[in-house]
Design a binder for this molecule. Structure first.
Ligand code: NDP
Ligand code: MG
Ligand code: MG
Length: 329
């Protein structure tokens, strides 16, 4: 494992250089403002018409098209939605991607699965914060940072890692540490994590638990609190200090139940199915399906989203959250 901190990165690498942030969304708004506060010259490529265009102006930027931003910049960070990156890259970035420039990504999907194939005379790097954009901005403002991953896919200049580390320092990431990875490792672990654990696994676990209680005749409201709402308290403890901290804080009864029932619910067969999920990611089947789904106009994606949001736990949760004043923003 290789990890870099503040002293390993030199912001001077970006002196007299311009960094284009293409897409002023969740990650884009954070990278752009952090870089600017670090003294880096930033240009925003954000399409007009939406709230993010207005937000960029509110934040004191003068957003231009992705093509114009790419033209002006030495380093081009692609922060539009992953599904539309190939189109934006081909139509707007590539015509302005002259030799010696650096392409930056915050997720390896399009490079790893060959949806974007850059010319050989540019650097291709990744700086991927391990957290959502609003946190990347908030932690930076507090003097800290969200840690990040860095990777070099293509080193045309011989300075690709220095450039990636300078960018990472500019967004603050070296304050808490920047871990070296590859595009393959970042892409495959990111997809696996969100599918098997963070999003897919957790959602399925919540729903199964909720349904089990409701089908057994318990009140849906009580089931909601137990299976969804309280999850935040547990996750906060895990975030602060792992299982040790969580076990210290919960009751001995809860801890005992954890040991005897957890492995019974998520068992060796679950793990075998996790390996199947991982295999479909590694051999490109998941990527192929998601790319084709997008080409078809996302029919299954929209149907599954509608069905997920029609679940009883959503109505129960909406109703109860209205009574929790601190959640009303
Ligand atoms: P968002 O969806 O939040 O933002 C994308 C932005 O790109 C929007 O402002 C969108 O404008 C803009 N955009 C779309 N098309 C164009 C175009 N043709 N020209 C200019 N701007 C355009 O994206 P995220 O920040 O979520 O994701 C960006 C990247 O960061 C992805 O690779 C993602 O995997 C990665 N990442 C995201 C994380 C996250 O927490 N969200 C965490 C780590 C990595 P409009 O509003 O008009 O659609
Ligand atoms: Mg992801
Ligand atoms: Mg309890």
């Amino acid at each position: 494992m290789q990890i870099f901190y503040e002293n390993d990165a030199d912001l001077n690498v970006l002196q007299d250089k311009t960094v284009a942030i293409i897409g002023y969304g969740s990650q884009g708004h954070a990278h752009a403002q952090n870089l600017r506060d670090s003294g880096v010259n930033v240009v925003i490529g954000q399409r007009p018409g939406g709230s993010n265009y207005e937000l960029a102006k509110e934040h004191g930027f003068a957003p231009v098209s992705a093509a114009e931003a790419a033209r002006q910049a030495d380093m081009i960070q692609i922060l539009v939605q992953d599904q539309i990156q190939p189109k934006v890259y081909t139509e707007e970035v590539l015509p302005n991607l002259t030799a010696g420039k650096t392409l930056v990504f915050s997720h390896g999907f399009n490079i790893h699965y060959n949806q974007i194939v850059p010319p050989a005379d540019v650097d291709v790097v990744m700086v991927a914060p391990k957290g959502p954009g609003h946190l990347v901005r908030r932690e930076y403002e507090r003097g800290g940072s969200v840690p990040a991953l860095v990777a070099v896919e293509q080193d045309a200049s011989g300075k690709a890692m220095d450039r990636a580390l300078a960018y990472a320092k500019g967004i603050g990431a070296t304050r808490s540490g920047v871990l070296v990875t590859t595009f393959a490792e970042e892409t495959e672990t990111d997809l696996f994590g969100e599918q098997a654990v963070l999003c897919g696994g957790v959602s399925a676990l919540i729903k199964a638990g909720f349904e089990t209680l409701v089908e057994a005749g318990y009140q849906p409201e009580v089931a909601f609190f137990e299976c969804m709402h309280e999850l935040k308290l547990i996750v906060d403890l895990l975030y602060e200090g792992g299982f040790k901290r969580m076990h210290y804080s919960i009751s001995d009864t809860a801890e005992y139940g954890d040991y005897v029932s957890g492995p019974h619910v998520v068992d060796a067969q679950t793990k075998a199915r996790m390996r199947e999920v991982l295999t479909a990611i590694q051999d490109g089947r998941f990527a192929r399906d998601w790319i084709l789904e997008n080409q078809a106009g996302v029919p299954s994606f929209k149907a599954m989203r509608r069905k997920a949001h029609e679940h009883q736990i959503e109505d129960v949760g909406d109703k109860l959250r209205q009574m929790m004043a601190w959640l009303q923003k």
